[in-house]
Design a protein around this ligand. Structure first.
Ligand code: HEM
Length: 248
């Protein structure tokens, strides 16, 4: 990675001189910002965070949301209508990007789209919480038993189990219903796709921006060849999505 960043630093300077560079990614922005002026080691650490904490989680969220929308055509239609209402019918991805630059908070108007993302994250959270037990740590179970957790033990909380708990979400806990996150409905404490304090996810707002952006560029702007998605399992979904992307 060190070598890659060093190379990019040099090529960036050259292409800037020739004025040939037309696109910018996060590394370009970091290298170009005189106020940031990070050392190579710090840049490596930041890039690792984006790759390992931010990439797979966001990609899995997009995959699952596509899966649920494929299974629920009415919700897909609702999502497309919202995109048309906010961005205009048939707007190209380039135009969508321009509107985002003009109004960086425009995605807040996408109430249903955000509800779809939240619901996909509820049903299939891509990450969970792992914490180390402090000294004198006790957990009380639902049956009322008190269990002592040894200091230093790793405590893993399954977000998936909490997100499917009917006592928290109701009898329809296993169903895809984005509406539960709309109209100011209270979000139960048991919702934890980005973890819980004190060390919750620092990328949450970025993810809530990235996933709707990917929908805007694909779902509402293209007619998806859903026949390529005869989804029976997530593994077939993943290989079908790769096939679909190759076709585009
Ligand atoms: C849908 C996308 C994402 C999901 C579901 C997700 C989920 C999580 C979860 C469950 C945690 C653990 C929190 C805890 O232990 O309480 C976490 C931590 C973290 N996430 Fe994310 N994440 C996502 C995207 C991102 C992105 C885009 C970035 C950065 C670019 C990021 C950076 C981090 C970092 C640095 C931590 C550790 C925070 C700390 O320990 O202080 N995540 N994330």
């Amino acid at each position: 990675m060190l070598h890659f960043i060093d190379q990019r630093k040099r090529s960036d300077l050259n292409s800037n001189k020739n004025g040939t560079k037309t696109t910018r990614d996060i590394l370009d922005f970091a290298l170009a910002d005189p106020e940031y002026a990070a050392s190579i080691e710090e840049l490596v650490d930041q890039m690792k965070t984006f790759f390992f904490a931010g990439h797979d989680t966001t990609a899995a969220t997009i995959s699952w949301a596509l899966y649920f929308l494929h299974q629920n055509p009415t919700e897909l239609e609702h999502l497309r209508k919202e995109h048309d209402a906010v961005f205009g019918a048939g707007t190209s991805p380039a135009e969508v990007a321009r509107k985002f630059i003009e109004d960086p908070n425009i995605h807040i108007k996408l109430e249903f789209t955000l509800a779809v993302v939240r619901e996909a994250l509820r049903l299939e959270p891509p990450a969970s919480l792992a914490k180390t037990a402090p000294k004198n740590y006790y957990v009380t179970t639902r049956s009322g038993a008190t269990v002592h957790i040894p200091e230093g033990a790793l405590i893993y909380t399954s977000g998936w189990m909490v997100h499917h708990n009917k006592q928290v979400w109701g009898e329809d806990a296993d169903e895809f219903k984005p509406e539960r996150f709309m109209h100011g409905n209270p979000i139960p404490w048991g919702y934890m796709p980005f973890g819980k304090r004190p060390r919750d996810c620092i990328g949450m707002n970025l993810a809530y921006l990235e996933v709707p952006c990917s929908f805007l560029c694909d779902l509402s702007r293209r007619k998806l060849p859903w026949h390529l998605l005869p989804v029976h399992s997530i593994s077939s979904l993943q290989s079908n999505i790769s096939e679909f992307c190759e076709e585009l």
